[in-house]
Unconditional design. Structure first.
Length: 198
């Protein structure tokens, strides 16, 4: 059984899947701001181009619910992030676009037994990359400057459709990530200004 755990081992999500669905590199200010917030609280130091790992939302079981918390960056945020209140690892990210079929986590900002070496399909939101960033932008990936622009979103969506990985579900559908969010209950809203430093 594959799993996602926090770095201190208090929280665990056991998965009914054999492999990841896809990966992306994201430069968006929201991903960076969320990772900077957890870093300030004691989590791992982020870089400006985190790798996003997507998996089917097919969960066998989970433990450490008493240590799991959820947050959104601001009122009206679409992404909800589950983290460990002790080590501030981000275990999972939910978004309406995932349709309760998938969820995402950040490579290195939690631990997993899954192989996350799958090459990213694209790099997104390059217009959000901080000025003076020393990150090396991979030259062999499709690049999208700003997915809030309809033409770029349509091109990106077409790319994702062409590169969709087959599901790796071993058995029938299990627990979904939204079920864990329901059990956590309260979602803390941080009220951070978009792009503001932490």
């Amino acid at each position: 059984m594959n799993k996602i755990t926090c770095h201190c081992g208090r929280c665990c999500i056991n998965l009914k899947i054999e492999k990841i669905y896809r990966t992306l590199i994201c430069a968006c200010e929201d991903c960076r701001q969320a990772l900077e917030w957890t870093h300030k609280k004691g989590g791992l130091k982020p870089n400006d181009l985190p790798k996003l790992v997507y998996v089917d939302s097919n969960i066998e079981s989970f433990s450490g619910l008493e240590n799991m918390r959820a947050f959104q960056l601001r009122k009206g945020s679409k992404s909800t992030r589950i983290y460990c209140k002790e080590c501030f690892s981000i275990l999972a990210v939910d978004h309406p676009n995932y349709n309760n079929e998938r969820f995402m986590f950040f490579e290195n900002h939690c631990s997993t037994t899954l192989d996350t070496s799958l090459k990213p399909n694209a790099i997104t939101y390059l217009d959000h990359l901080p000025e003076g960033s020393k990150e090396i932008i991979p030259g062999d990936l499709p690049q999208y400057r700003d997915l809030d622009k309809p033409d770029q979103w349509e091109e990106f969506a077409a790319l994702l459709e062409k590169t969709a990985s087959p599901s790796s579900i071993r058995e029938g559908k299990g627990i979904r990530l939204h079920n864990i969010l329901d059990k956590i209950g309260h979602i803390e809203v941080l009220n951070l200004e978009p792009g503001a430093p932490i």
